[in-house]
Design a protein around this ligand. Structure first.
Ligand SMILES: NC(=O)c1ccc[n+]([C@@H]2O[C@H](COP(=O)([O-])OP(=O)(O)OC[C@H]3O[C@@H](n4cnc5c(N)ncnc54)[C@H](OP(=O)(O)O)[C@@H]3O)[C@@H](O)[C@H]2O)c1
Ligand SMILES: O=C(O)C1=N[C@H](C(=O)O)CCC1
Length: 269
């Protein structure tokens, strides 16, 4: 009889869903107890190991999140904003740790997580990797050390299937740079230049998004002045870094009080 924390993966057939299933199954710290997909998805009722083309894992994909959540201690959720809001309500009812990797959530959607966080632990981050979370700390420090003679630009690249821009990671890095500068990101963000934009506005933080092929995730924070440039860079080559971070967050959250946390809390950075 094993007592490892039981984890449910939502969006199980997605790029991150599959990576999470593999990561949990290979871990000796947790067990996979459920996988959720939408009603009508061809995985429903199938063993998820077989559905992925491998050996059976004895976990059947379901379209009933409550039934899966009832057997678990945590849910790891890399899906879409509307789905994540629904899962947050159900995870709070079941008092599960809800690890949210979903990006592209609006401010209103983020605010809507507050009632769930009164009853359960939510860990949410636009990037669950150790490297990116360390990079946010470096970005804050460098931005605080440099004056406004240095223009800050964030350049990100992702695969052709990504639906949101700027990436969640780019926004985390932008927030860190803005905090370092002592400004609100919303007041200084330039998110997408096109046409006769006029000269760059002093103190603004620019975002550029590249989409192509199978790029897992690349982020540069550029500090550009006259005569010199500093570039802080993170390159992800394997989605395993996000999945391992998410699993660490699910376990970390087990003994925490209800509330909203991020990977800086989890990693103690
Ligand atoms: N925080 C991080 O470290 C990190 C890292 C990587 C990715 N992400 C984010 O994670 C999210 C997913 O990325 P991905 O590349 O895995 O995307 P993906 O391959 O499109 O997978 C998303 C999965 O969620 C499912 N889904 C969507 N709405 C659902 C619903 N209402 N109920 C159940 N399942 C639903 C999709 O099912 P259908 O195919 O049927 O729509 C799909 O299986 C994105 O927001 C991405 O930016 C975050
Ligand atoms: O593949 C994606 O989608 C990713 N999304 C996150 C983001 O929006 O920053 C993390 C990197 C991969």
């Amino acid at each position: 009889m094993t007592h490892l924390p039981g984890i449910v993966v939502t969006g199980a057939s997605g790029r991150m869903g599959r990576m999470l299933i593999r990561t949990i199954v290979e871990s000796d710290r947790a067990q996979l107890v459920g996988c959720v997909e939408r009603p009508g998805h061809d995985w429903i009722g199938q063993d998820v190991g077989l559905a992925m083309g491998g050996a059976a894992l004895d976990v059947t994909a379901t379209d009933d999140p409550l039934e899966a959540f009832a057997r678990a201690q945590a849910v790891i959720d890399f899906t879409a904003p509307e789905a994540t809001l629904e899962f947050a309500t159900l995870a709070a009812q079941a008092r599960l740790v809800h690890v949210i990797g979903t990006t592209g959530m609006s401010e209103t959607q983020i605010e809507a997580l507050a009632p769930a966080a009164r009853h359960a632990v939510i860990v949410r981050a636009g990037n669950m990797s150790l490297g990116v979370n360390l990079l946010t700390q470096l970005t804050r420090k460098v931005a605080a050390a440099l004056d406004r003679e240095f223009d800050i630009e964030i350049i990100e690249a992702h695969h052709r299937h990504k639906v949101d821009a700027p990436s969640g990671t780019a926004l985390m890095l932008g927030e860190a740079a803005a905090e370092g500068r002592g400004v609100n990101l919303a007041d200084v963000a330039d998110r997408g230049r096109d046409g006769i934009t006029g000269a760059r506005k002093e103190g603004h933080i620019g975002f550029s998004a590249i989409r192509g092929g199978d790029i897992v995730g690349e982020h540069d924070v550029l500090f550009a002045a006259r005569g010199e440039r500093i570039v802080l860079r993170h390159v992800a080559t394997d989605r395993g870094v996000f999945a391992r971070g998410a699993l660490t967050a699910a376990l970390w959250g087990q003994d925490k009080a209800p509330g909203q946390y991020d990977m800086i809390d989890v990693l103690g950075l």
